[in-house]
Design a protein around this ligand. Sequence first.
Ligand SMILES: [Zn+2]
Length: 283
Amino acid sequence: MPCDAHVHLKNLLELDPEAEKARRRLGVAAAASAWNREEFAFHRKLAADALREGAPPVFLCFAVHPQAPRSLADEAAVPGPDAVIRASVAALAEYAAAGELAAVGETGFDLFDSGYRATETEQEELFAVHLDIALQYGLPLVLHVRRAMHKVFPHAGALKKLPAVVFHSWPGSPDEGFSFLRRGINAFFSFGTTIMLNHKNAIRSCAAFPAERLLFETDAPFQPLRGKRHSSFDDLPAVILAAAAIRGGQDAGTAGAMSADTAFIAPELERSSTAAFFRVFGD
Ligand SMILES: [Zn+2]
């Protein structure tokens, strides 16, 4: 069973109403991230239906996305971005206390451009709240980090106390990843379509990290391959094949012409990443 360590199921189903059927057909267990009550309620129903119908599980994650302070300000949402964010933080505390969450996430830092950098203080405040709740309830943390790895290292002492830390769409260098592991953090590095899109750091890291630290994801619908409108569960086998090609010393772009190494490594990677997924998100 391939597993999707990071997906936005409600957003995906809005674009592709057949996506839940595809998930079940492909046998994909998924960790679904929500950031408000409406989205969470939608994911909770999907998870309950999957459980009842014996389909691959959906694990529930919740956090206010680090991009929210900026995107809500752009939308000039009513009744105002602060109130919307406060309501979601209250929801997070409630879900965590009720034992509904498999993880807190995605949270973190996004300093990709000046618009996001303008909300750095709000992002810091939000991250602190999320980290506190994860610590209080012993939950894994799913991190979104863009141009902001330096913001994560100062929290290494606290991150070490968490059962697991998942870096979704790992954007760092191999050195940075090994540095988190050396600091005693139970870190997992999740890779998606970026390894098929020539992202040098992601490719080097995917080759370097121990297999038991690797997870795979679609971040669907938000990380489309070239020529596609959105990413989907169908991309997952290709991502795992690309990772196998990279780890076998092949260029990910040539994964189509599969070497014997890739054919051998891919099922192993699917097995090890599935085991890692259930260690992180499973009960
Ligand atoms: Zn995401």
